[in-house]
Design a protein around this ligand. Structure first.
Ligand code: FAI
Length: 509
């Protein structure tokens, strides 16, 4: 008996919107509707007959609504298997069968987001509704459950096209969704209680949206993204985002977030590392200067701007092959041109915010930390050398420090006039990172005389400032904290270099 006709329904919803067409359809099908106070009034307002749950239970809703459906006459009608023994018991206790349960839970997450008042939050922990959902889902062989407004379309379609008959596969799918909703809801409640706990924590994350990716990092690996990209981006064109695209887009957004309020800035990234970054008076100039940083690595890169892309910039960008272009806006003419290349992914970014906590799988568990959203401003730069950097050099040091923060450790950034000249990253020694940065700067024609250097962590020895000086570097920023800091400072003093310390390390593994 896989197909079931809906003859009775219990409806208890917090938000009433979207319910009307379902009620009308149930009414057309002659379904007996039971409902709780507010939902009952809403249905009556539609001119549809409805039985009060209070009449069924012969109890009023008590304790300010904390107990209204929690009663054997309700749960018996949902949980009874439609077989002789259970149906006989329903008969003995005068309990009606309930074939369909529609619930929209108290908005717990929304309440947590909007208030810190604990009593208001606690009252929004739904007890009766979540029990109704779980009971109906457990008995999916006989009962259909609608656990949230997201399933309204699905049930309406079933009512309309199958005339109130549900089949087992559909009811099982609704049950799967019901446990997805109930576990998500309980995860949110748990995380609220667990938030300030220091011991005995449990890692629980629930994301309702997902996207199956073509593959993972490589074609032989499966890949899935859990999240809702539409909240952050409007995808204007191009192929599906791949696993690697998503990783790179994440790195690009984290970097450009630091330049959100700066003058027009462009960054070009490959494998999460930036190979070109520049800030200029116009976005076209920023693009040109970023590309000059390394026009070879830029091939197939991820491009991100903090400013609307105009036609002139689009015409230049269009000359190279890139994977993804992200910007807060595109002029119509720019879009007309850029969308001609059908595979190129164009994302209009709506929101530069990054998650405040980040985590990844590791060994037999997960490692979690605060996201590194800290960035130093000019007041935090402590001059440790006899010579202080000029205002222009301070600007360049701050620029280089941001770029450095977003490169894989160990990393060194060389920059001048708000332009990345060369970087070394992902190196096992800081000296190698510096040598790589110098080679790259040279390869793309940059003269390092008067340029600045940023390091993600302290210099264990003075070798880096020695090599930097020989290359022409005049000012350095680094966190400091090495027992040999003084040796680097002394070298700078002896060679007319300026050094500032931030006191903040920015490792990125
Ligand atoms: N306490 C109960 O027995 C109970 N039964 C259902 N609810 C919830 O009450 C809300 C609907 O109430 P009303 O129909 O009165 O507006 C729904 O969000 C439903 O999930 C309950 N409320 C909270 O637990």
């Amino acid at each position: 008996m896989a197909a079931k006709r809906i003859q009775s329904a219990l409806i208890s919803v917090f938000y009433k919107d979207g319910l009307e067409p379902i009620i009308k359809e149930l009414d057309r099908l002659g379904v007996t509707i039971y409902s709780t106070g507010g939902t009952q009034s809403f249905i009556e307002g539609l001119g549809v007959k409805v039985e009060a749950v209070e009449d069924l239970t012969t109890y009023p809703s008590i304790l300010d609504g904390r107990v209204k459906t929690l009663h054997p006459k309700v749960f018996g009608g949902i949980l009874a298997r439609r077989e002789e023994n259970h149906l006989a018991q329903l008969g003995d206790y005068d309990i009606p069968e309930l074939d369909l349960v529609i619930v929209d839970l108290y908005p717990f997450e929304e309440t947590v987001a909007n208030t810190e008042e604990e009593s208001a939050i606690i009252e929004k922990i739904d007890i009766g509704g979540i029990s109704l959902i779980r009971a109906a889902a457990k008995n999916y062989r006989d009962v259909a459950v609608v656990p949230s407004r997201a399933e309204y379309g699905m049930i309406l379609d079933m009512l309309q096209t199958k005339d109130g008959v549900t089949d087992l596969a559909d009811r099982k799918e609704l049950a799967r969704r019901a446990f997805k909703i109930s576990s998500h809801y309980d995860t949110a409640i748990f995380n609220y209680f667990d938030e300030h706990q220091t011991e005995d924590r449990s890692f629980k994350k629930s994301i309702l949206h997902s996207q199956t990716l073509r593959y993972g990092e490589n074609p032989h690996q499966e890949g899935i993204f859990y999240g809702d990209l539409e909240v952050m981006f409007e995808k204007i064109g191009g192929k599906e985002l791949s696993y690697n695209n998503l990783v790179d887009v994440d790195a690009a957004v984290a970097l450009m977030r630091e330049f959100k309020d700066a003058a027009p800035t462009f960054a070009i990234l490959k494998h999460t590392n930036s190979c070109g970054v520049a800030t200029r008076p116009t976005i076209l100039e920023a693009w040109t200067a970023a590309l000059a940083g390394d026009n070879i690595s830029a091939f197939g890169g991820i491009l991100i701007a903090n400013t609307t892309i105009d036609l002139a910039t689009a015409q230049e960008i269009d000359k190279i092959f890139y994977e993804v272009l992200i910007a807060p806006g595109f002029t119509d003419e720019a879009l007309e041109l850029l969308t001609k290349k059908k595979k190129r992914i164009l994302l209009r970014i709506k929101d530069f915010t990054v998650q405040t906590r980040s985590f990844k799988s590791l060994l037999n568990g997960v490692i979690e930390q605060d996201t590194d959203t800290r960035i130093e401003d000019r007041d935090e730069l402590k001059v440790v050398t006899k010579k202080a950097p000029s205002q222009q050099q301070i600007d360049d040091l701050l620029f280089a420090n941001i770029v450095c923060k977003h490169l894989k450790s160990n990393t060194i950034v060389l920059a001048k006039d708000h332009q990345l000249f060369g970087m070394g990253c992902g190196q096992t020694s800081r000296v190698d990172a510096l040598k790589q940065a110098i080679i790259k700067a040279g390869a793309f024609g940059f003269d390092l005389q008067g340029a600045v250097m940023a390091s993600d962590a302290f210099f264990p020895f003075p070798d880096c400032v020695e090599i930097a000086h020989e290359a022409g570097i005049v000012a350095v920023t680094q966190p400091g904290g090495s027992i040999k800091d003084q040796a680097s400072i002394d070298y700078c003093d002896e060679h007319d270099m300026a050094m500032v310390m931030t006191g903040v390390r920015h490792f990125k593994h």
